[in-house]
Design a protein around this ligand. Sequence first.
Ligand code: NAD
Length: 341
Amino acid sequence: MIVKHSRGSYEIKATTIADALASLPAGSFVVTDTRVQAHYGHLVSNSISQKAVPEGEQSKSLSQCAELLDWLASEGADRHSTVVALGGGVVGDLAGFVGAIYMRGVRTIQIPTTLLAQVDSSVGGKVGVDLPSGKNLAGSFWPPSEVRLAIDSLQTLDERQFKNGMGEVWKYGLIMDKNLFDELFKVPLAPQDKRLTSVINRCIELKAQVVAEDEFETTGRRAILNFGHTVGHAIEHVTGYGSVLHGEAIAAGMIIESLLGENLGITTQGTTGQIRHAFAELNLPEPSMYSRDVDSLVSAMRRDKKAQGGSLAFSLLTEVGQCKLIKGVAESDVRKALEAL
Ligand code: NAD
């Protein structure tokens, strides 16, 4: 599949993890995390430098970014080098950002190894790190030169991480593809499911379509990918980035934002019940587990990138399969939805 962007295009190539790593260009520098390195680091040629950051969201930080930039410089990386992101969304966002700013930008190759990274974060060019005051607050648009899609790497992913990725898969059904939602609703997707490849490809296709329509998130179209994320990012922030995984937080966020949409008369009545029923397969804690500290959640939402001049904005469903950006949502309505769960 080819993804077009303002500076050109890149290919998403189906491969195996062994082939993806055996054929890296000379002058590659592999960034990974400790867990992924333990599984796949040995497949990288000894002639290619690799560096592993600690696993988990805490590594998506400016300090880790600075360490990686220093590492590239000390290893002699130049403007013709390639930064390879081997791992989940954390490594993808972090290494992608390092690639975007090292010597004002070098080639990057994304090799996503979580379901979440394959269906979402490796495509679209958004890269960055978290700041102490909020999620993804420093970053850039830096499309990869190539994405190597090795679905066989998901075989080593544990069940919680697979379900975490399913949060984003459900999102595509909810915002853009009712058929996908209905199909998953009938039979939830399992790691060994023969539909895995076609579902991943469908999600990538949907993401590529939205990104091509609104690369720099200026028209509101790309913002639909943020359904569940205003609340979800706030949950991640309030719970300290780690105990609640990204996909889990946005799944809870989708339930809460759907209820908000219903209360505002934007989302078809009954949608929240349908979503809760669908998400039973994710084994998530009840959204009320996350939504108790309403003051802190609302204050974190004010730092969301969709917020403007202190007013809150949400991507809300109109019905299953349709979503739009709604600006100027009153704080009292947001509190009401949080407190109802
Ligand atoms: P992650 O990168 O932390 O990976 C989750 C865990 O799985 C880690 O412990 C990792 O070591 C392990 N892992 C990765 N691949 C594995 C494999 N094949 N086998 C065994 N273990 C493996 O988390 P994630 O859920 O992939 O990504 C979450 C991040 O992605 C968040 O920071 C989120 O903000 C970001 N994100 C970015 C975008 C974007 O457009 N840039 C979109 C969605 C999410």
